[in-house]
Write a protein that binds this ligand. Structure first.
Ligand code: FAD
Length: 331
């Protein structure tokens, strides 16, 4: 019986696994290097407002995920983002009817991971640097050389390249070999409202397909539970992010805003403040074949989960963690 379980990573996958295991009576401790849980769903709150710089919204297709989301919708940390979507294609802007309903945390994506982590023990600002198995238990060591011991099982719920680094030197057949593409994300607060092109008045989010730099623009103030101030998030495309990975954040922000001006069919209002955030591991480039959505090694009591085990979406991260927890409860 696995009683004491460590989860490394408090993103959607780690939290999903931890929550299910805790509900099944296991003693779970979560470790995350960030200041708050959420990983790529975390939001930034600064003097200029609230900005989502990672996941912009999520879709719900799987019935179990739908059930999970309904509970948080009722509790008020998630809501449908009616999100009037636009698409810029061949230089033209047009309305884009949504294929699936889009959801957002309310008032920002982090509200969901905050609510999910709330009843659990998350050790924040603890970066696990090594792991050792002695006898039948695991000991973790963090960046301050503090040791955390006595775990029957360890779940590594971090992006594949970071997991590969952590598993280096451990005798295991688990190989997180997935590459992940980077993404630069820029936030910008304007002094006035954006002019709206006709045909897509009051757009909330836009897929930018003919910009050489950008792939997405989202207006944060249109999220459920938010109202004031013109606050944009711009996401750069994979190629541009890769090419400019080591550039300074303020230069990146300037270039991304200029790229938006180049593709937006109206002059932009004056800028109040802006900045950029680099996601070094934003989206999986491929996913492992023939896995149930997680990787597990029973002899060493070690497992891996994360969006990269299925595909680069919030729902996939949740499913990966949840399926792993079901498998562990069956042990
Ligand atoms: P993560 O969220 O990356 O969580 C991993 C956690 O592990 C992090 O909190 C990190 O701090 C922690 N960690 C890493 N190493 C260590 C260590 N050694 N010790 C301790 N902690 C560690 N998905 C959608 O569905 N819709 C979208 O619109 C969308 N847009 C996106 C836009 C961007 C810019 C990005 C970056 C992602 C987007 N995604 C989107 C993808 C979505 O965010 C991810 O699929 C999902 O959040 C991944 O969750 P995860 O738990 O697998 O990993």
């Amino acid at each position: 019986f696995l009683h004491n379980i460590a989860v490394i990573g408090a993103g959607m996958a780690g939290l999903s696994a931890a929550r299910a295991l805790q509900q099944a009576g296991r003693n779970v401790q979560i470790f995350d290097k960030g200041r708050r849980p959420g990983g790529r769903m975390s939001s930034r709150h600064n003097d200029h407002g609230l900005f989502d710089l990672g996941a912009q919204y999520f879709t719900v297709r799987d019935p179990e995920f739908a059930q999970f989301i309904t509970a948080f919708e009722q509790q008020g940390s998630v809501a449908r983002w009616p999100g009037i979507m636009a698409r810029q294609i061949d230089g033209q802007w047009q309305a884009q009817p949504p294929e699936h309903p889009r959801y957002s945390g309310m008032p920002s994506m982090a509200a969901l991971t905050d609510a999910l982590s709330e009843p659990m023990k998350v050790h924040q600002q603890v970066r696990i640097t090594s792991m050792t198995r002695t006898g039948s238990t695991w000991t973790l060591e963090d960046q301050k050389e503090q040791q955390w011991s006595g775990f029957d099982h360890v779940i590594v719920a971090i992006p594949a390249p970071q997991a590969a680094l952590l598993l280096k030197g451990i005798s295991t057949s688990l190989r997180p070999q997935t590459n992940m593409s980077p993404c630069w994300s820029t936030w910008v607060r304007f002094r006035g409202a954006l002019d709206m092109p006709s045909g897509i008045e009051n757009w909330h989010g836009a897929l930018l397909e003919s910009s050489p730099v950008l792939r997405w623009a989202g207006r944060n103030q249109t999220r459920p539970g938010q109202h004031e101030g013109e606050r944009l998030t711009l996401l750069a495309n994979d190629d541009w992010s890769d090419k400019h990975l080591e550039d300074a954040a303020d230069q990146v922000a300037d270039r991304m805003i200029k790229a938006f001006q180049d593709c937006y069919p109206a002059p932009l209002p004056a800028i109040d403040a802006c900045g950029a955030h680099r996601w070094r591991y934003a989206q999986p480039c491929q996913t492992p074949e023939n896995t149930p959505g997680y990787l597990i090694e029973k002899p060493t009591q070690l497992s891996l989960c994360g969006d990269w085990c299925i595909d680069g979406r919030v729902e996939a991260a949740w499913l990966s963690g949840s399926r792993l927890a079901q498998a562990l409860c069956g042990q």
